[in-house]
Design a protein around this ligand. Structure first.
Ligand code: EPU
Length: 419
């Protein structure tokens, strides 16, 4: 299993081009299932493990795909769609595979999908997805770890989410675009990736209004046409590089990302003493000395993203004072705390709250990544730590960050992948 070997304590400086967003690319690839005839083109797709898993799921359903990795472009043709099943082996690798439920119910009238089960950040149920499709006329049976749904056909409904679900909103949108009648999602997720999906679907002929807000309305249409769409830039990757600049007392510029998608993150970084400069094209973060402590509560967009909780915790662990971070999105997203402690961080957790007493220096040690974002947080902490560190299980990081070691190296980091 690959490891990262990092010599920390080196100031990072330079520019990075931000890649396409994994969490926008996945639903958009899956949305190609909705197009009965012709080839769709998806550009700016990151070359990540999760993308390859997604192509396997689509291939299993009978979709033809071709990934030009040089051009970051995928061509997809779902005219030969025959399958309705997402098997356990693939679901186990990536729970976002559950997003095929909406398109399959809409186009095939049935779907048999392995239940995702728990994961390293908590139980992650799919009850809101299920409730929504039931309101749209689907019925479900659970058998042998699979959720088998039928819809004859899927029809429009008003869906009230108990809480905003990112992929839940995407799943319902994809089901609703080909359903009979009008669907309204109340308390929808407002994330920019949901907006990107809606824009792509609209270009394919869907009728959608209100994306980016908590109320989204979708009017079902007979069919969608092939589309050509460039995936939005990855706001999480961009923020990770900006924090890498700050935590090493350096200066990093990220290009290609919209500052608007990171407003609260940039505001928090500024509150911590990080100097932020934005242009239409780029965001620059720099920090002289130690960061100031802060209070953070993770919350659905436009709140502070749970996906950056570990990264910001790494930064607070070297702050000049005590910070408090509350995780309200996922039940169990503090697995990185014990690993940060191995690097010398002083963190106590009680329930959903972590109190971080900033220390002057972290020091290198062997640590283990438990999920994509926890892994990224550890990379950041190791970049700041004095001496040598090793991160194991970097396959988690590879699910969400394309060649992170090469890009950090280009900023001056001493990081090496060892196989
Ligand atoms: N929830 C339910 N029932 C549901 C759905 C969600 O109780 O039916 C709960 C979850 O357990 C969680 C909260 O609602 O406590 C929010 O979950 P959400 O459904 O929004 O998360 P998701 O759609 O499964 C996506 C991202 C995650 C990201 C979250 C939150 C993708 C493919 N995944 O997950 O990304 O953390 O939204 O923003 O878009 C990652 O990229 O590393 C990652 C985990």
């Amino acid at each position: 299993m690959d490891e990262f070997h990092i010599r920390g304590g080196i100031r990072l400086e330079g520019e990075v081009q931000v890649g396409g967003a994994k969490n926008a690319a996945l639903p958009i690839l899956i949305a190609a299932l909705l197009v009965e005839d012709g080839e769709s083109v998806i550009r700016n797709v990151p070359d990540l493990r999760d993308i390859h898993t997604c192509l396997k799921v689509l291939g299993h359903l009978g979709v033809e795909s071709e990934f030009d990795r040089e051009q970051s472009t995928i061509r997809l043709d779902a005219s030969g769609l025959t399958g309705v099943e997402a098997p356990y082996e693939l679901m186990q690798q990536m729970r976002a595979s559950f997003l095929v439920m909406g398109p399959l119910l809409a186009r095939m009238g049935k779907a048999r999908i392995s239940l995702p089960g728990g994961c390293a950040i908590g139980p992650r149920p799919v009850d809101q997805h299920r409730k929504a499709f039931k309101a749209m006329g689907a019925s479900f049976e659970d058998e042998g770890g699979y959720m088998a749904g039928t819809a004859d056909p899927l029809h429009g409904a008003t869906i009230f989410f108990d809480r905003p679900s990112h992929t839940g909103t995407e799943n319902v949108i994809m089901g609703a675009v080909l359903a009979e009648g009008t669907t309204t999602i109340v308390n929808a997720a407002c994330d920019p990736e949901v907006t990107d999906l809606a824009q792509m679907l609209r270009a394919a002929g869907a009728i959608i209004e209100g994306e980016g807000s908590t109320n989204i309305t979708i009017e079902g249409v007979e069919s969608l046409r092939p589309f050509d769409h460039a995936v939005m830039a990855d706001r999480l990757e961009a923020a990770t590089f900006l924090i890498a600049g700050a935590i090493t007392g350096g200066q990093v510029t990220v290009r290609g990302v919209r500052a608007e998608d990171l407003r609260i993150v940039l505001a928090k970084l500024e509150e911590m003493g990080v100097e932020i400069t934005t242009t239409e094209e780029s965001i620059t973060a720099s920090l002289d000395g130690r960061p100031k402590p802060t209070l953070i509560t993770t919350y659905p967009f436009p709140g502070f993203p749970t996906d950056l909780q570990a990264a910001i915790m790494a930064l607070t662990s070297v702050a000049d004072g005590t910070s408090v971070i509350r995780e309200t999105v996922f039940e169990d997203r503090f697995l990185h705390v014990a690993e940060l402690a191995r690097l010398g961080a002083e963190i106590r957790t009680v329930g959903d709250e972590a109190t971080i007493i900033g220390v002057e220096n972290l020091s290198g040690a062997s640590v283990m990544a438990s999920d994509i974002r926890a892994g990224a947080g550890l990379v950041l902490a190791c970049l700041a730590a004095e001496g040598d560190a090793v991160i194991t299980r970097v396959y988690h990081i590879d699910r969400g960050y394309e060649h992170i070691e090469d890009r950090l190296s280009s900023l001056g980091a001493r990081i090496e992948r060892k196989v």
